[in-house]
Design a protein around this ligand. Structure first.
Ligand SMILES: Nc1ncnc2c1ncn2[C@@H]1O[C@H](COP(=O)(O)OP(=O)(O)OP(=O)(O)O)[C@@H](O)[C@H]1O
Length: 258
């Protein structure tokens, strides 16, 4: 049984089919690349999976307790609670909160405390708060951000802000992490560091990761499988080696504007 099954997914914006009849599967623990020229439908595909957009047609199913549950029509926060987390192409942090607070806000979505224990600050409340703080620091350390825990997010360097976005997504304890161009705007050193971090967190947290990325060396280096979109359609699927020599993919890239 796959972890996620997408069947004939379509999203139309007026007359434009941004995603058209796309079917694919994700298996547990995989690191999968999603590539394609500008405007191919990659971000729209992420938006469909994470509940930002409702599909025009098709189904999305996630394995929950050995059953495939449909995600269509569920709200983004519900989908997040079921185990799908994402980052965005444009950084979306709370700039005036500290780095630690940014992570804690993401965790609070699922802290499990009742309203009673939150209002009356019971010992259970303090225990949960303490555990969350420790977990937040653990995650920040992995991404070399613990020393900035009390800095305002807006004062972090660009590459650090991008890493903090990934920490925030991880703080929701996902099964599947969708990363939308995590290396965009990074220099080659930052990109290389990020590449090894992505591979590391996949192993450490037993995650399935889907990566949209224009940096081909990053995608080819770490992805086990790659899906290729062009004009909303899936035109190829395979290992990095297969994709590099796929005629349709070469044509899409040479003929496209990417
Ligand atoms: N909300 C929207 N309303 C109308 N059209 C949209 C909307 N979102 C995306 N599109 C269109 O859908 C198509 C796919 O866009 P999308 O952003 O998903 O592509 P992409 O592959 O992520 O591109 P890029 O690599 O440039 O980020 C584009 O033609 C885009 O203009």
């Amino acid at each position: 049984m796959s972890l996620l099954e997408v069947d004939k997914l379509t999203k139309n914006f007026g007359g434009l089919a941004a995603v058209s009849n796309v079917s694919l599967e994700l298996n547990e623990g995989e690191l999968v690349g999603l590539i394609g020229p500008n405007g191919a439908g990659k971000t729209t595909f992420f938006n469909l999976l994470t509940g930002v957009y409702k599909p025009t047609e098709g189904t999305i199913k996630l394995k929950v307790d050995d059953e495939m549950k449909e995600l269509n029509g569920k709200r983004p926060d519900k989908i997040n609670g079921m185990g799908l987390a994402r980052t965005f192409q444009n950084i979306r942090l709370f700039p005036d909160m500290t780095v630690l607070e940014n992570v804690q806000v993401a965790m609070h979505r699922e802290d499990g405390n009742s309203m009673f224990s939150s209002i009356f600050r019971t010992s259970a409340y303090y225990e949960t708060e303490k555990n969350m703080r420790e977990e937040a620091f653990e995650l920040l350390s992995i991404f070399d951000l613990a020393k900035h825990a009390n800095d305002k997010a807006r004062n972090l360097a660009y590459g650090q802000q991008r890493r903090l976005e990934i920490v925030r997504a991880l703080a929701t304890k996902p099964k599947i992490l969708f990363l939308d161009e995590p290396a965009a705007g990074m220099n080659p050193n930052e990109t290389a560091d990020l590449t090894s971090l992505i591979a590391q967190i996949r192993e450490q947290f037993n995650l399935t990761i889907v990566l949209i990325e224009h940096d081909m060396s990053l995608v080819m280096d770490i992805c086990q499988r790659i899906y290729v979109l062009e004009y909303g359609r899936l035109i190829a699927e395979g290992t990095p080696k297969e994709i590099q020599s796929n005629e349709d993919v070469v044509r899409a890239y040479l003929g496209g504007d990417s």
